[in-house]
Design a protein. Structure first.
Length: 299
């Protein structure tokens, strides 16, 4: 009965915040797209994942986590798996095996109480260090991408001038938090994309999504687990579960903080369902939570 009452209270809070600050909530919901979309597109171009399955299952997971946790909990790529998969051109079966392995381990950790033990023995400074490290890694990755740009190249819509404009705009929103930065940047990006796509490029054909089952072979399990899954496991445990719970308590003290076990089960269930259909392995993350909060999301 307490679960029903908590769910009712969270739903009422979500609706109240959305009605009170709709633009801020929409803008905040876009705060993590800067990591989600590039990785998802890169993996789909390589044929490693099904982009349609990824978008469908990630969208469903975003809705459900918002309903059950009542906070802007992100659904983002498992970055260690994604990095290895892109570098080694993983097959559908190999990346699915990696995601399912991590999800199964997190499920066992959650069900047996090991995740709660991890949270008790890991010092808070270590958790904060993970959050700082995640932020620094994104800054370094962004710097690597910027080094390829010129002042006016490679195109009118993609150059250092726009980077500087975006950065100055971001600094401005530190003083005027009511400006929906992420929403504005997304809309500008969509306009640029439409203009570019209509200049002699073929537009994609629209067709219904048809789910296709992905069953890893014995070789897929070996490659996926050894080369990517094992490396992702500690990152998911610390950054996607332990650090998320601590950060949620810091940023949103007025909302019941999700338990370690519930977040772990959320991560495991998402992937134990979606990876069998070729979707990208996903998790929650402290960086994504911080980004969505920074750009306005509170529900």
């Amino acid at each position: 009965m307490s679960f029903i009452n908590t769910f009712r209270d969270l739903s009422a809070r979500n609706l109240h915040i959305l009605n009170s600050h709709p633009i801020a909530e929409i803008s905040g919901s876009l705060g993590d797209l800067g990591t989600f979309l590039p990785i998802a597109i890169a993996l789909s171009i390589n044929g490693t994942i099904s982009l349609s399955s990824t978008l469908v299952f990630s969208g469903i997971a975003n809705i459900l986590t918002g309903l059950f946790f009542g906070i802007p909990l992100p659904v983002q790529p498992m970055k260690a798996i994604a990095a290895v998969a892109i570098a080694n051109a993983f097959t559908n079966g190999e990346i699915a095996a990696a995601g399912i392995f991590v999800a199964a381990c997190i499920f066992v950790f959650s069900a047996t109480g090991l995740l709660r033990w991890f949270a008790d023995v890991i010092p808070i400074p270590v958790v904060k260090g993970i959050q700082v490290g995640a932020g620094l890694s994104l800054i370094i990755a962004a710097g690597g991408s910027l080094s390829k740009l010129g002042w006016l190249t490679p195109s009118w819509s993609d150059n250092r001038i726009w980077v500087i404009i975006a950065f100055l705009f971001l600094l401005t929103t530190n003083y005027y938090r009511q400006i929906p930065y992420a929403l504005v940047v997304l809309m500008v990006g969509l306009v640029f994309a439409i203009i570019t796509a209509t200049q002699g490029m073929d537009l994609p054909n629209f067709r219904p999504w048809i789910p296709v089952l992905t069953v890893p072979s014995n070789g897929d399990w070996r490659v996926g687990i050894v080369q990517a899954g094992i490396g992702q496991l500690p990152l998911t445990t610390l950054n996607s579960v332990v650090a998320v719970v601590h950060l949620a308590g810091d940023l949103l003290p007025e909302v019941p903080t999700p338990s370690i076990t519930s977040v772990g089960l959320s991560v495991s269930i998402m992937n134990l369902v979606s990876c069998w259909f070729g979707a990208m392995p996903v998790c929650h993350g402290s960086g994504g939570l911080a980004a969505q909060y920074r750009f306005g999301a509170r529900s």
